[in-house]
Design a binder for this molecule. Structure first.
Ligand code: IPE
Ligand code: IPE
Ligand code: MG
Length: 247
């Protein structure tokens, strides 16, 4: 029985989020520059996107560049941005072929113009696709997301369009960058780090965390399958007792 066959189709997460970490260490282990690790990570991205789409996962969110990543050496930031532009350009046809819709979350207006244009073109070209939604988190951070939601809510209240008493958890979620998407049921983080690194803070209130020591450039479809099998073996209690769930 292959790993894929062990995945229960009826118990798939709707939304999987990934912190793609460990590119720098992967390159260092091979005596290469950090950017060599980023370039080598494209295969892992391709495999994960393809693997998730094949299974029928509805949303896949990839943490590609955090707000904090702007603080890396300028050389690395520039190289990452160039890689983003060239990869999106090359992959759009495959996304179209696989019926995948591309979206972004984050402060994409702070990306270089060339990145914004490539993203816009790829999003427009895939906007009618009805399969999986691939969400790239770019210049994203969870605290930024929460703060921008509060700002929008404040402005609507000030303009008389929203009443403070109408703000509840559901309503709040509709002001986040992920509005309309289900919260991720599963977070995968590579490279063994046991932290959230300012990713989807609000949205991950009840997300199952799956951390693997693999470095991101080594991540393949079967590793996604392993993560999903581990997820399906978990008991998601949401504060209830185990007995309540089996009743
Ligand atoms: C993840 O790999 C890629 C980005 C954050 C853009 P890293 O570049 O963080 O690799 P490590 O963690 O230094 O090994
Ligand atoms: C998290 O990885 C951000 C992305 C994968 C884009 P980092 O490598 O930036 O996280 P820290 O610094 O180890 O927390
Ligand atoms: Mg890292």
């Amino acid at each position: 029985m292959s790993l894929r066959d062990k995945i229960e189709q009826h118990n798939l997460p709707k939304h999987v989020a990934v912190i793609m970490d460990g590119n720098g260490r992967w390159a260092k282990q091979r005596g290469g520059m950090r950017i060599f690790g980023h370039q080598s990570a494209i295969t892992a991205v391709r495999e994960t996107v393809e693997g998730a789409a094949e299974l029928g996962i509805e949303y896949l969110t990839l943490y590609a560049f955090s707000t904090e990543n702007w603080n890396r050496p300028q050389f690395e930031v520039n190289a990452l941005m160039q890689l983003l532009v060239s990869t999106i350009g090359k992959e759009t046809a495959t996304l179209k072929k696989n019926n995948i819709r591309l979206q972004t979350i984050g402060q994409t207006e702070s990306l270089p113009g060339s990145c914004q244009r490539e993203l816009r073109e790829a999003m427009d070209a895939t906007s009618q696709n009805t399969g999986m939604t691939l969400v790239l988190a770019l210049s994203y951070s969870g605290r930024w997301d929460i703060a921008q939601a509060v700002k929008k809510i404040g402005m609507e209240i000030q303009a008389g369009k929203l009443q403070p008493e109408d703000v509840n958890e559901n309503k709040f979620g509709s002001y986040l960058a992920t509005a309309g998407m289900p919260d991720p049921e599963l977070l995968i983080r590579t490279s063994g780090e046991q932290r959230i690194s300012n990713f989807l803070l609000w949205q991950m209130a009840y997300t199952e965390l799956y951390i693997t020591d693999l470095l991101w450039p080594d991540f393949r479809k079967e590793h996604l399958h392993e993560a999903l099998i581990a997820y399906q073996a978990r008991e998601r209690r949401f504060g209830k007792t185990s007995e309540q769930l089996t009743k």
